[in-house]
Each structure stands twice: as structure tokens, then as C-alpha cells.
Design a protein around this ligand. Structure first.
Ligand SMILES: NC(=O)c1ccc[n+]([C@@H]2O[C@H](COP(=O)([O-])OP(=O)(O)OC[C@H]3O[C@@H](n4cnc5c(N)ncnc54)[C@H](O)[C@@H]3O)[C@@H](O)[C@H]2O)c1
Ligand SMILES: O=CCCC(=O)O
Length: 552
């Protein structure tokens, strides 16, 4: 089974990946990687000594090198410097991870919901008992809270900034967001109820049980290296499933640190495994295995489609969180300030590298010029720089391929008549920094109207009527998030209902939360994550018909 390589990473000496693949990013080839700057180096030394900078995979509760000792280089996108060499794994390691996960499932799935809940809670908050002086040498044993994910938010945030590039403050915010899924599902574990159905015959009783699916393969992207993992692993473990996680090769360090904390919390050996390296090989092994009963994937639509097809021979359950093309619709009656702030947040979070990012800004005729001016003013205040630098609000893009994509989209729009109001080129900082950009007079024939930009570029599209706005907004294969800015309650209902999207923000630019369902329609995906709906994805429904009940 060939899934097609989508490797955009330097894999140095990896035995299996064809490194000369046209997909490999030239930026990340080892000869071009420079020594680390003092700042990043001291951060990484601190992380190493804290035991959180792990470079081996986790299989069956043991940290291991790849079997042939090959490694991948992980780079800091802000500087191009090498942060770490991590194990480059493939089929053999993945098969062993699946086997250990399968074994762990036999006992993890039979633990009570309360036991699983306590382990998950310890992953974020672990109680420890210590003797404490209470009065004149008199000691008492006291229960203290020792937070794992939360207490290590600084270190985890630093790891995210090191390997992904987002500003440290935003990275620490991601840790809190990521931890919120573990907290939520630790609670939800105890609320998985079945049903008793009124029977169709008086001597029968009809029951419905929810049981864990089994071993889950979780494949995650680089843009949220922690939260995209906890959003899957939280409900999976809470349900009684065990997991093999494959993080992005670009950002494996955060996943490994989170797994180290999971072990400290008491997640049993094999219940959580992490393998990384050769994506197509690992993907193939997960998909081919009959022991893996579910694949949950967050990433591009193109890869998601390949995985879905490859899941067919073993008829696995599939959840897909794929790309978006979110409209942010500003109506004439919107509060200008709210619309500017909301769209700014929706567009420029994570330098525009978010699946729910506003990809198209649809602005009604009457407010178009005023909005364009106020929005450009706000965008101009964004501070581009290294994520470790105080005050930075916009980090680098993930790699050269991302920059080239953004540049080509902007060139296409300009060649077809769009006008740049702000930015429109690489930032003078070099590397993969791009100027926050606003472009007006964008139309539906331009590539940026049709495809995910995944960068800090806001295209303004003019519309006349509410019907026009809905038609333009829905004219895409994607259907993840949409935003509306209006002061009319009736309009907000009408338009929310008419939009073919999985999430709608009304006068809000950041709407993701662990308590609400997250997921797309059309080619943005299948299934939901977060909330009680996210838990359902990890259950099989079993119907039990008990007959002969009237026998004395
Ligand atoms: N809907 C959501 O919730 C959501 C969230 C975050 C990101 N995304 C989307 O993810 C994309 C950006 O992330 P990306 O560039 O990491 O996506 P990607 O599809 O390139 O990679 C995602 C993951 O899939 C792996 N992968 C790639 N090819 C594979 C193969 N053949 N077999 C198995 N695994 C393979 C990668 O190594 C990575 O771990 C964007 O399109 C974004 O919209 C969606
Ligand atoms: O990139 C997608 C996930 C971001 C979010 O959960 O809001």
C-alpha cells in the first residue's frame, strides 16, 4: 500500500525515507542547519536537564532509539538551527508499538471509569503527600498538588516555540488549551452511559452498551504540537482505548515531553506510545494492522483522503480533522471595532497557520473602505519576530515550502488585479518570516479564495447582499469554521443556519474550546473532537437483547 510521501522535514540518515524526494524542504537539509543561538541553546539545555527534551520514541513504556539508530533533525523555524536529533522510526517500531498497545488494551479497557479518570487527572494534576512543619517542629502529612502538564507549562511552551516558532505567550496558551482536554475527559470518563430501550416483546429486555473501540492510531500536525494530541488522547484513554501517536516530524519534541509526563502520571506501559519518523511507513503500518481499530487524523485534506482510502481494507473507524477555508463575513451593521478585533484574532493567530483561520474576509459594500482602513491599521501593529523575543506576536512560518506557497498566492492575486494595502512580501528578518499582509479587491478566481493560505495574509472580498455573502462563503469544498460580524440577532441566526460549516463564530474570532464540538463538514472532515461528542468517536455501540425473561 503506497500512501505517497508528504515529508517536509530533514531526515538525516533515515534508512527508509527517500531523502532526495522532491517533497523534502531544502531549508531543512542538514548542511544548511546552523549552530544554535545562545538563547535557544540555553532553553534547550534547561529542557534537557529537566528530562523533558526527549529524543527517543516511546514503545511499551520504554524510551527507545529507532532500531537502526537513524535520526531526524528537528529545527527551530525562526533560526534554522538544529534543536535535536530524534529517532527516525518506521514499520518495525510501529508494529511493536501496535502490539504493546493491543496488550495494554486488554487491561486498560477493563479498569473502572473512575480509575481511568484518576490517571488522566494526574496527567495534569498529581497529588503528592509531604511532611510539613505545622507548629514548633510538629509535623503533619499534607496533600499537595503537583501539576504535571500545567506546572510544566513554561517548559512545554518553550518546546513548542523552539520547534514550531509561535510566540512563547501563545505557546504557553496552547499548553493550557491542551491540558483542558485532559481535564475535560478525565471528568467525562465517568459519564459514559448506555441505554435501556422499551422492548418490542414483553419477554425481552433491550440494552445498549458503549465499549471502547480498541487500539487507536493518532496522526497529528505541526501547527498545534500539543493540543492536537491531547484532543485525541484524552477521550481515547478516558474511553478505555489505547493509542499509538504519530506526531509531525517537524514537531515531535512536544509530543515526547507530554508522553514523559503521562508516564509520570501513571498511564500504564503501552497505553500511550509515540513513534515518529517516516510518515508514510508509519501510516501504512497503522492502516494495515487489523489490531488498529480506529485512525484519528488531523492534517491536510490531501493526506486525510489517502488515509481514509487506506483504512478501507480493514474497515477501520476514521475521524478526520482537515483543512479549512474560513470566511469572516463583515456586514454593514457590524460594530467596526468588534469586527476588526475578531477578524484579526481569527486570521493572525499562529501567524495564520490554523485550520480555523479566517482565509477570506468578506466585507459588505457599505463598510468595505472603513473596514479596510481600520483593519490595516490594526494589522500594522503586529510585531514580527523570534517567538522567544518579548513582544513578538507573529512568529515565522513553519518552513520554506510554506513561504513559497504564500508568495505564489500573493503573486497570483496581484496578477489578477488585487491591491496590496500592507505587507505582501517576505519580512526583512529573512528565514521564514513573512510580513502581515492585507490585500483588497480579491475575487473568486484568485487561488487564495479557493485554497487554504496558511500564512499571515488577509484577502478582502467585497459583497453586496446577505445572499451574496452566503453564496460566496459556501462556494468551497471546505466547511470547517466561519465567522459573522453583525449587530442583527435575526441575521446572525439566518446566516449561521445557511452556512455549510461545522463551527460558526458570531461576533467572535476565537471559538475553540474543550467543552464544544470541533470539526468540519464537506471536505474538512468527519467526526468531532472536544465536548461529549468527541467521546463518542472512541466508542462502539453494542446492543444486547435478553430473551426469555418471563420464564419462572
Ligand atoms: N481540522 C482541524 O482540526 C485541523 C487542525 C490542525 C491542522 N489542520 C490542517 O493540517 C494541515 C497542516 O498540517 P500538516 O502540514 O502537518 O498536514 P499534513 O497532512 O502534511 O501532515 C499531518 C500529519 O500527517 C502525517 N503524514 C503525512 N503524510 C502521511 C502519509 N502518507 N501517511 C501517514 N501520515 C502522513 C504527517 O507526518 C503529520 O504527522 C492544514 O491543512 C490544516 O488546516 C486541521
Ligand atoms: O489548527 C487547528 C486547531 C486550532 C483550534 O483548535 O482552534
Amino acid at each position: 500500500m503506497v500512501l505517497g510521501a508528504a515529508a517536509r522535514v530533514a531526515i538525516v540518515g533515515c534508512r527508509r525515507l527517500v531523502c532526495s524526494s522532491s517533497h523534502a524542504s531544502p531549508l531543512l537539509v542538514s548542511s544548511q542547519c546552523r549552530q544554535m543561538s545562545m538563547d535557544a541553546q540555553s532553553v534547550s539545555e534547561k529542557l534537557r536537564s529537566s528530562g523533558l527534551l526527549r529524543t527517543q520514541g516511546l514503545i511499551g513504556g520504554k524510551w527507545i532509539d529507532s532500531y537502526d539508530k537513524t535520526t531526524i533533525k528537528v529545527n527551530n523555524p525562526a533560526t534554522g538551527e538544529i534543536v535535536a536529533d530524534v529517532a527516525c522510526m518506521g514499520v518495525k517500531e510501529t508494529n511493536d508499538a501496535i502490539a504493546s498497545s493491543y496488550e495494554a488494551f486488554q487491561s486498560w479497557s477493563t479498569r473502572t471509569a473512575g480509575e481511568r479518570s484518576r490517571v488522566l487527572r494526574r496527567w495534569i494534576t498529581r497529588p503528592v503527600w509531604r511532611w510539613r512543619n505545622v507548629f514548633h517542629g510538629c509535623q503533619m502529612r499534607m496533600k499537595l498538588k503537583f501539576d504535571l502538564l500545567v506546572a510544566h507549562k513554561e517548559e512545554l511552551g518553550q518546546l513548542i516555540t523552539l520547534e514550531q516558532g509561535k510566540p512563547l505567550k501563545e505557546a504557553i496558551g496552547e499548553v493550557a488549551y491542551g491540558a483542558s482536554f485532559i481535564e475535560y475527559y478525565a471528568e467525562e470518563a465517568k459519564r459514559v452511559y448506555g441505554d435501556i430501550i422499551p422492548p418490542n416483546a414483553s419477554d425481552r429486555r433491550l440494552l445498549v452498551l458503549k465499549q471502547p473501540v480498541g487500539v487507536v492510531g493518532a496522526i497529528t500536525p505541526w501547527n498545534f504540537p500539543l493540543a492536537m494530541i491531547t484532543r485525541k488522547v484524552g477521550p481515547a484513554l478516558a474511553s478505555g482505548c489505547t493509542v499509538v501517536v504519530k506526531p509531525s516530524e517537524l514537531t515531535p519534541l512536544t509530543a515526547l515531553a507530554a508522553a514523559e509526563l503521562a508516564l509520570q502520571a501513571g498511564v500504564p506501559p503501552g497505553a500511550l506510545n509515540v513513534v515518529m519518523g517516516n510518515a508514510p511507513e508509519i501510516g501504512d503500518a497503522l492502516l494495515a494492522s487489523p489490531q488498529v481499530r480506529k485512525i484519528t487524523f488531523t492534517g491536510s485534506t490531501a493526506v486525510g483522503k489517502k488515509l481514509m482510502a487506506a483504512a478501507a481494507p480493514t474497515v477501520k473507524k476514521v475521524s478526520l480533522e482537515l483543512g479549512g477555508n474560513a470566511p469572516s463575513i463583515i456586514f454593514d451593521d457590524a460594530d467596526l471595532d468588534v469586527a476588526v478585533k475578531g477578524t484579526l484574532a481569527a486570521k493572525f493567530r499562529n501567524s495564520g497557520q490554523t485550520c480555523v483561520c479566517a482565509n477570506r474576509v468578506l466585507v459588505q459594500d457599505g463598510i468595505y473602505d472603513k473596514f479596510a482602513e481600520a483593519f490595516s491599521e490594526a494589522v500594522q501593529k503586529l510585531e514580527v519576530g523570534d517567538g522567544f523575543k518579548e513582544g513578538t506576536t507573529q512568529g515565522p512560518l513553519i518552513n520554506d515550502a510554506a513561504i513559497q506557497k504564500v508568495e505564489s498566492f500573493v503573486q497570483d492575486a496581484v496578477s489578477k488585479g488585487a491591491k496590496i494595502l500592507l505587507g505582501g512580501k517576505k519580512h526583512s528578518l529573512g528565514m521564514t518570516f513573512y510580513e502581515p499582509t492585507v490585500i483588497r479587491d480579491v475575487t473568486s478566481n484568485m487561488i487564495m479564495s479557493k485554497e487554504e493560505i496558511f500564512g499571515p495574509v488577509a484577502p478582502l472580498i467585497r459583497f453586496k447582499t446577505e445572499e451574496d455573502a452566503i453564496r460566496i462563503a459556501n462556494d468551497t469544498i471546505a466547511g470547517l469554521a466561519a465567522y459573522i460580524f453583525t449587530n442583527s440577532v435575526q441575521r446572525s441566526w439566518r446566516v449561521s443556519e445557511a452556512l455549510e460549516y461545522g463551527l460558526v463564530g458570531v461576533n467572535e474570532g476565537i471559538i475553540s474550546t474543550e467543552v464544544a464540538p470541533f470539526g468540519g463538514v464537506k471536505q474538512s472532515g468527519l467526526g468531532r473532537e472536544g465536548s461529549k461528542y468527541g467521546m463518542d468517536e472512541y466508542h462502539e455501540i453494542k446492543y444486547i437483547c435478553m430473551g426469555d425473561m418471563n420464564r419462572q
